[in-house]
Design a protein around this ligand. Structure first.
Ligand code: ADP
Ligand code: MG
Length: 712
């Protein structure tokens, strides 16, 4: 029987990787662990970087101080004896036609079993000059051909997937080295059936001079001769741009389609703004609005009057006065006989907001009702009744309002305040609960534009860039822990003037229990040894709600002078008499968190201070963060910097953040492409009939592809 293999069958993008020669159950499992299951997954994973192996530096011409790719044959190799016990050096001498160079690896004893004399290898690393000659230290390596193969092929190896060209370098996946992956990608591209389904409108691809999808995949993994290495490593060749843009476009298209569908919906209620409503709003205003507040309010009220529900994000810095704007909009809704729900992330904030809103709405006829989990069963029952009857005009609560069996008589407007974790799909659920209410989302601190476009990409955005008048810049200083005594002396001075202070103590240990103990000990020391004649209060996450409330109320009323707190959220409060914010372990906070903490002071007329204490040694990144916070007090600038330093996951918080899984796009590196993709997607969302591949994707694969399932 003739078992000679025929040509390998063609692959499509959805083919499972087991179809590749060389991929058995073990590799299938290894790849699946990092989410790579199909040809598509494999090809839409960018190399880490590229190496130009078509023009290798001759070994004799290596220049110290540069990073170089070199190739040669191993002339000798082995472990070198060292005097330090437990310390090993593996040395290889490699040779090419021009000369030779050494490579050293420290503490990589296993290399004994990797390298052999006569192998043809490629090394990539930093070139150093030593008294013993030029050397590469701990270079990355790849074995191109085993000893013997090279002689058989007459010296110089020929061009293949691995040499004689620009080659992709992939991040290792378990036992799958970069070289093994390169073989797999090469094989997959070789067997890929054309044409490939292309979701990008031709006109867009042409307009941006982007190659077709198949070409883009090929050129991304195996760039043609003459492709600029620097452009490749910046991920800006037309092929790479095409794949990044396509990913952003598809994500944005899903958002844009949802947005359009909503625009076709009609609210069951009508909101009108007449002279009476205007007068009611004016009557409650305790001060003149800033230009930013006025503009934002106008946009919101305009939305309220439209037939389709509002979905708007209000971006403003800490202290910019978002609450007032939301409250004014709420009055408009309530004057139209609608109920308003105000949702915040914690009970403490719910209580604070209930107080603020009660005060703001005092001149109006609308009662404010707080609904939280810490109410007694009887209280909860009676409040639910008030909500159901419509007697409660404005209901403040945590996100539990969504889960609770709370029924509104006529819920027309929902405000979601100070949160980052309310994804696209959760918002969809909210709409199912109310009968298509208008929704206003407010961020605690500004979030970077690119993140806003991704996490809140289905929303319209209002920005308030100014601040209420008379606000002073908070003076920010960064001090090592060793200066804590001096800092406390400064806090004392402020207390003597009748001011109040926050001291924030972050979660430091793995265990919350230990943290609480540390914070409690700290509060005790502050009370007994440092500020014995003042009143020190403590709030932390484990405190029962009623105790928390008592401490906070005492601080707000001025009955507590120094508030020690463990978390950021717990201090999301407004106490104008507080003029000092001390942050312990400031190096552990992100920029936006620090900015938010700082925003707790400087709310009154008095000069305010933010003092950041750090523990040495500081990492470079932490140093950059502390420098950044001291240098700027513009939340919008800080948000961008935070994203750059920490990456999107940390800025938004990864769990349930609504942050999509991106395969090739990078929210920091590719922000320009994201902006463009959103505009393009919104322009095309109405004509999807012309884009069958994109339509199918949005309908069937969008949620799963971007990891948005599971939310809501
Ligand atoms: P945030 O945007 O951080 O939620 P708030 O709504 O809590 O800000 O407002 C911060 C403080 O500024 C509050 O005490 C509020 O009463 C005050 N405030 C808001 N707008 C104005 C304004 N236009 N003029 C004066 N004070 C204002
Ligand atoms: Mg606020």
């Amino acid at each position: 029987m003739d078992l000679a293999p025929g040509p390998a069958p063609l692959l499509v993008l959805s083919t499972p990787l087991a179809a590749l020669t060389g991929v058995g159950p073990r590799r299938v499992a290894e790849l699946a662990r990092v989410g790579i299951r199909t040809v598509d997954d494999l090809l839409l994973r960018f190399p880490l970087r590229y190496e130009d192996r078509s023009r290798l530096a001759p070994l004799a011409q290596l220049e110290a101080g540069h990073t170089a790719t070199v190739a040669g044959t191993i002339a000798s190799c082995g472990l070198r004896p060292t005097r330090r016990p437990g310390f090993t050096i593996f040395e290889a001498v490699i040779r090419d036609q021009s000369g030779q160079a050494r490579a050293l690896w420290f503490n990589q004893r296993f290399l004994r079993d990797v390298f052999r004399r006569g192998q043809h290898v490629v090394l990539y690393g930093k070139v150093e000059s030593t008294p013993w000659g030029t050397q590469l230290t701990n270079p990355q390596y790849e074995i191109l051909a085993e000893a013997g193969e090279i002689e058989a092929r007459d010296g110089e190896p020929t061009r293949s997937a691995h040499h004689g060209r620009i080659v992709p370098i992939y991040e290792r996946i378990g036992a799958l080295t970069s070289r093994i992956q390169r073989d797999l990608v090469h094989q997959a591209l070789d067997r890929l059936a054309e044409p490939i389904d292309d979701p990008l409108p031709d006109r867009v691809a042409e307009g941006m001079a982007l190659p077709a999808r198949g070409d883009a995949l090929r050129q991304t993994h195996f760039p043609g001769d003459g492709t600029d290495l620097e452009t490749l490593n910046r991920f800006r060749t037309p092929a790479q741009v095409r794949l990044i843009f396509e990913e952003f476009f598809l994500f944005q298209l899903g958002l844009a389609v949802r947005r359009r569908e909503r625009q076709g919906e009609a609210k069951p209620h009508v909101i009108q703004v007449d002279a009476r409503v205007r007068e009611a709003a004016r009557a409650m205003l305790p001060f003149a609005l800033t230009a930013g507040q006025r503009a934002a309010l106008a946009e919101i009220v305009e939305d309220l009057q439209r037939p389709e529900p509002m979905h708007r994000l209000l971006q403003g810095d800490v202290g910019a006065g978002k609450t007032v704007v939301a409250a004014l909009a709420a009055v408009v809704a309530m004057e139209n006989d609608l109920q308003v729900a105000f949702m915040v992330p914690t009970e403490l904030l719910a209580e604070q907001h209930a107080r603020t809103l009660t005060r703001l709405l005092e001149p109006t006829r609308f009662p404010v009702l707080l609904v939280t989990g810490s109410l007694t069963a009887a209280e909860r029952r009676s409040r639910r009744t008030a909500v159901a009857s419509g007697e409660a005009a404005l209901v403040v609560g945590t996100h539990a309002l969504l889960e609770e069996p709370v029924t509104f008589r006529r819920l027309g407007f929902v405000v979601i305040d100070e949160q980052h974790r309310f994804g696209v799909l959760q918002r969809a659920r909210l709409r199912e609960k109310g009968t298509l209410p208008d929704v206003l989302v407010m961020t605690a601190t500004p979030i970077p534009r690119t993140l806003a476009l991704t996490v809140y990409g289905d929303l319209d955005v209002s920005m308030m860039r100014d601040r209420p008048p008379g606000r002073q810049r908070v003076k920010t200083t960064v001090r090592p822990e060793a200066r804590r005594d001096a800092v406390h002396a400064f806090v004392r001075q402020e207390l003597e003037r009748g001011r109040q202070a926050y001291i924030v103590y972050p979660l430091v240990e793995e265990s919350e229990k230990i943290d609480v103990r540390a914070a409690t000990a700290m509060a005790d020391t502050l009370q007994q040894d440092v500020f014995p004649e003042y009143r020190v209060g403590l709030v932390h996450g484990r405190l029962p709600a009623d105790q928390k409330r008592d401490v906070m109320t005492a601080f707000i009323n001025g009955d507590v002078d120094v508030l020690v707190s463990t978390t950021v959220v717990e201090v999301g409060v407004d106490v104008p008499n507080a003029t000092v914010m001390v942050v312990e372990h400031a190096e552990r906070f992100g920029l936006s968190q620090l900015h938010q903490l700082r925003g707790r002071v400087g709310r009154g007329a008095a000069a305010s201070h933010c003092i950041l204490l750090y523990q040495s040694p500081l990492s470079d990144e932490a140093r950059a963060r502390l420098k950044g916070i001291a240098a700027s007090d513009d939340g919008f600038v800080i948000a961008e910097k935070d994203l750059e330093l920490r990456g999107p996951g940390d800025v938004v918080g990864t769990r349930q953040s609504g942050l999509p899984t991106l395969r090739v796009g990078d929210l920091v590196r590719d922000r320009d492409l994201l902006l463009r993709a959103q505009a393009t997607a919104r322009a095309w969302a109405g004509t999807l009939a012309d884009l069958p591949a994109a339509r199918r994707f949005v309908d069937e694969a969008w949620q799963r592809r971007f990891g948005l399932v599971g939310i809501g």
